[in-house]
Design a protein around this ligand. Sequence first.
Ligand code: AMP
Ligand code: MG
Length: 425
Amino acid sequence: MTHALSLAEIAAKLQGYDPQALPAQDVLTFLSQLVTTATDAEEVNVFDALGRVLSQDVISPIDVPPHDNSAMDGFAFDASQLQNHQALTLNVVGTALAGKAWQGQVQHGECVKIMTGAIMPHGLDTVIPIELCQSHTAHSIVIPAGVLKPGDNRRLRGEDLKKGAPALQRGLRVTAAAAGLLASLGQPKVRVHQRLKVAYFSTGDEILSLGEAPREGAVYDSNRYTVHGMLQSLGCDMIDMGVVRDEPLLLEEAFTQAAQTADAIITSGGVSVGEADFTKAMMKKLGDVAFWKIAMRPGRPMAVGRITQGQKSAVLFGLPGNPVAVMVTFLAFVKPALLQMMGCTDPAPPLVRAKTQELLRKKPGRTEYQRGIASRTPTGELQVVTTGNQGSGVLSSMTQANCLIVLSHEQGTAQIGDWVDVLFL
Ligand code: AMP
Ligand code: MG
């Protein structure tokens, strides 16, 4: 990967850049300039393309569907015979099945029994669904007046995708629907960006790995598990580096190894102001790293930059230690940056508005991400309450929440009944 700009260059372009009180919007702007797309592409089977990002437009090599065909089970006929206010009687002269075209020639006064998906017989343009017939036998049908227009229940060749037209755009993350669409083109392979490699570890002497015996003052590592889950949902290649103790040698080894193997490094802990540990010092020593206080809650401290090892370098996201702060800073900042590195250009999901059922006290001058439970009122409006204790260490608030209530930098207290922005999780 090549990186065009240094941190100082990006900072110089950001008006009023204040690393001691950085607005959330500036964090996003900064990160969007720090990261670049990992451009390497590879070819994968359509089944394996799910969640991957297309590295080039997919041009349809065929018309989909390849023929005009019936959208219903019924009878195909030539609609020029329909007359106003008059039923039409037609003789049934054959059957067209899906995958088995009817080859004959239909005369005036005749129709062909047809199944959904069957090719429209030559000269016929309309299908009457069987249940709309006034009567039908093996030999003839009666079409009542006024139930059909010419062209009804016929699917046109190429109405889904036209040969030579872009079926899917580069930058799209392949969903279940997109995988189906790719398969409908008849091409077994598709070109996608290589998976982004992300190394992650937790820092702190008080952090226990699962399986270790509890001891006084220590807590079990939850951040690696939430980070793992969030990375998994982005489709990253994950390199789990465990818990790294607060010792210069161990930290140096971890950062060095991560920079050699990964495109991005995510750490948690050790970046707050009062930190009497070696994490920050090691980040500084091994890379170009800025230490921010973000005007947000939860999640104030964050380190951002690049760790370099010889020719290799990896983008560093040094997240705070508190478990809720880790998830919120990941969702707010790291996720969009990683998607950009993955080459993904899908628009971010929109914030929606819900009426708060609670007073939400807030001072202007910072962005708040409160954990919320949104629901529908009987009249169909969206309403939201908080999960209660909003402490940045209260991870249960994240498990109860179905959304984050996003209170913008400028806004103050939201009164009961005010509309507030929510981001569904
Ligand atoms: P720090 O940012 O290192 O000062 O950590 C802030 C708080 O988060 C402290 O209470 C830490 O014990 C806690 N913490 C840090 N890392 C983790 C982790 N991996 N899992 C759970 N809690 C953590
Ligand atoms: Mg710490």
